[in-house]
Design a protein around this ligand. Structure first.
Ligand code: HEM
Length: 124
């Protein structure tokens, strides 16, 4: 069986840690924080299960939330260039913290994926 990116970076625990650190950064960001619910428990779960599925792990996201349709799910939020920049800054700081557990290729792959995906989510 071929090893997935999910397996290669260490499975669930890598993505759980990344998303925890991402939301810690969101909590400190004045532009992003008000866009998210007061209680971030569900938001953490959604993003974690989504990323696990995207990178080849279990398809729990799909079972709980259905087809991702991420652009559609982001339509209620005003995602300006500034919001994209703040989102990416939060993710990049989370990635930088987890960098020690990634090789250069894995780090590059995740960074460029997030940049591409964040650009797709802009809707203003
Ligand atoms: C570009 C700036 C972005 C902003 C401002 C933004 C903001 C938000 C907000 C406010 C929510 C609702 C809270 C929640 O239910 O979790 C959300 C949900 C979500 N976002 Fe983003 N987002 C951005 C980019 C991205 C990107 C690049 C990804 C994927 C790589 C992503 C993945 C998700 C997922 C999986 C959910 C939960 C969808 C669901 O099942 O309801 N977002 N986002």
């Amino acid at each position: 069986m071929e090893t997935t990116f999910y397996d290669a970076v260490g499975g669930d625990s890598f993505f759980e840690r990344l998303v925890d650190e991402f939301y810690d950064a969101v909590e400190r960001d004045e532009l992003l924080r008000p866009m998210y619910p007061e209680d971030l428990t569900e938001s953490r779960r959604h993003l974690t299960t989504f990323l696990i599925q995207y990178w080849g792990g279990p398809r729990t996201y799909m079972e709980e939330r259905g087809h991702p349709r991420l652009r559609l799910r982001h339509a209620p939020f005003r995602i300006t260039r500034g919001a994209r920049d703040s989102w990416l800054a939060a993710m990049n700081s989370a990635l930088a913290n987890g960098r020690h557990s990634l090789n250069d290729e894995q780090f590059e792959e995740l960074s460029s994926y997030f940049e591409m995906a964040a650009n797709q989510m802009r809707n203003v």
